[in-house]
Design a protein around this ligand. Structure first.
Ligand code: FAD
Length: 453
């Protein structure tokens, strides 16, 4: 049962819309505001929230407090490409400032509507993980308000333990209020893209093993509606930042021009009924596959088209209807690559209406104690909530755990404390740091309670 606190009460959920709860929400611009919420916090504690793009219950705190950061400071050093940025700034806002000046974020997830604070707290990964690692690896320092109200600046060389417990720490060590992040230089706002289509999973995965080293970015869409020989058929795209000489026409005259357009939205009425069903997931997947080129090189795409295709449709999460959906994302080590096939077989056999499935090869793990990536394969499946989904997800957990893998906290809505304890080998090290800075568990979220973090 949800306890309804007094104050600025809002019903919050993650992007999957699975477990909405009432929270007392404070919008604060910076450290002072955070401190005043933390000093008056009640028994249910407080957690930071960015823009709620984590899928499950990480950025909500049923019956307790939530602080949403609204600071919008962005200060770029145009020589070094280090940007000092308030934690509530979204990558969308940051890109609009830095791309025209020849800089790009070191890592972007599949949406640019995430905050810097959320990107650090989940240690997000992108299409360049095999080359550049995850977001935390580019954070030079960050300012964090602790449970005591004290503000500290931490970096890989100053209280490194707290720094790496906060990178990927899901908001449970303190509230990040600002960070300095190393950007990467670019000479254009366009991408040069290479595409290949494959009729089955083995050929698709082999192509990623073979070609990933030659490209900074790569990702695959795989079909989870077909079985047999065609299981896991899909489309791989690789990309690089284009240089001005790759461009023609209007793009060539303004190589760093960057102004993503406004978005169309999914109407509320769709949200109440949902439009994704088994038959249209299969039809969509078939059309997506057939429309992809078998082989295409040198295609010029915009940053939003390459990195953030879903951002073109606001509130697309409503298409799954009132019960919402779970995004199941796991990683398994290279030697357990067969688990990708085993999971797809299980999902196809149970036939949920699933069409957004992304496969990616990770490079080396970063240093975040609770960071998700490890070298190997990560598969992401969007599964609408239907009766019987939970037993399926627990079966998948068993497959993943047996393969030496784990699930991603920023996406999770259903796993168990034992799964997390068994698959995050540095959990106790992280707990030691968390207990040092927050012995009374001021920072709390529904995820933390559910998974007994
Ligand atoms: C369409 C889509 C595509 C995505 N693709 C990817 C992807 O490719 N790779 C990937 O890694 N992730 C991906 N994600 C997940 C997303 O990047 C992460 O969940 C990210 O953390 C969301 O940021 P947010 O600002 O919305 O944070 P929220 O969802 O609001 O919060 C996420 C976590 O961060 C903590 N947090 C937020 N702000 C702060 C702060 N200032 N201080 C301390 N803790 C804080 C919260 O407490 C919570 O635990 C995707 C999500 C969507 C919707």
């Amino acid at each position: 049962m949800n306890v309804v606190p007094s104050g600025g009460v809002e019903r919050l959920s993650g992007w999957g819309r699975t477990s909405p709860v009432w929270c007392s929400v404070s919008d604060v611009a910076g450290a002072e505001g955070v401190r005043s919420v933390v000093s008056a916090v009640g028994a249910r504690g407080v957690v930071a929230r960015g823009v709620g793009r984590s899928y499950g219950d990480a950025a909500q705190n049923s019956g307790g407090d939530v602080v949403r950061l609204t600071g919008d400071g962005i200060a770029l050093d145009p020589e070094s490409g280090v940007v000092r940025v308030d934690a509530g700034v979204t990558l969308d806002a940051l890109l609009r400032v830095v791309v025209p000046k020849g800089w790009f974020v070191p890592v972007t997830p599949g949406t640019r509507f995430v905050t810097v604070g959320g990107a650090i707290a989940a240690d997000v990964h992108g299409k360049n993980h095999h080359r550049d690692g995850s977001f935390g690896g580019s954070v030079r320092s960050m300012d964090v308000v602790l449970a005591s109200g004290e503000q500290v600046t931490v970096s890989p060389s100053s209280d490194a333990d707290l720094f790496w417990a906060t990178v990927g720490g899901m908001g449970l060590t303190g509230v990040i209020v600002a960070a300095s992040v190393q950007l990467i230089p670019v000479t254009s706002s366009r991408m040069l893209v290479s595409t290949r289509r494959f009729d089955g999973l083995d050929a698709l995965m082999a192509s990623m093993v073979e070609r990933d080293a030659a490209f900074r970015y790569s990702v695959a869409w795989v079909d989870a509606t077909v079985s047999g020989r065609r299981l896991g058929r899909g489309v791989v795209t690789w990309g690089e930042h284009a240089s001005p000489t790759d461009l023609s026409g209007r793009a060539a005259s303004d190589p760093l021009g960057y102004a993503p357009s406004q978005r169309i939205g999914v109407p509320g009425v769709v949200g109440s009924v949902g439009v994704v069903r088994r038959w249209n997931a299969a039809a969509f997947s078939e059309a997506w596959f057939r429309n992809a080129p078998v082989r295409r090189d040198g295609e010029v795409q915009s940053i939003p088209a390459f990195f953030h295709p879903l951002d073109g449709v606001a509130n697309w999460n409503r298409v799954y209807g009132r019960r919402g959906f779970v995004q199941y994302q796991f990683v398994v080590p290279d030697e357990s690559a067969d688990t990708v096939r085993a999971v797809l077989e299980r999902v196809v056999a149970s036939r949920p209406a699933d069409f957004l499935n992304v496969l990616k090869r990770f490079g080396p793990a970063g240093e975040g104690m609770l960071s998700f990536p490890m070298p190997g394969w990560t598969l992401t499946l969007d599964l609408p909530v239907v009766d019987g989904l939970n037993p399926l997800l627990h079966e998948l957990d068993d497959l993943v755990l047996g393969a030496g893998g784990r699930v991603y906290l920023a996406k999770d809505a259903q796993t168990t404390p034992s799964m997390i304890a068994a698959s995050y080998p540095r959990l106790n090290e992280w707990r030691t740091v968390r207990d040092r800075v927050d012995p009374n568990r001021v920072f709390h979220s529904d995820l933390a309670r559910r998974l007994e973090l």
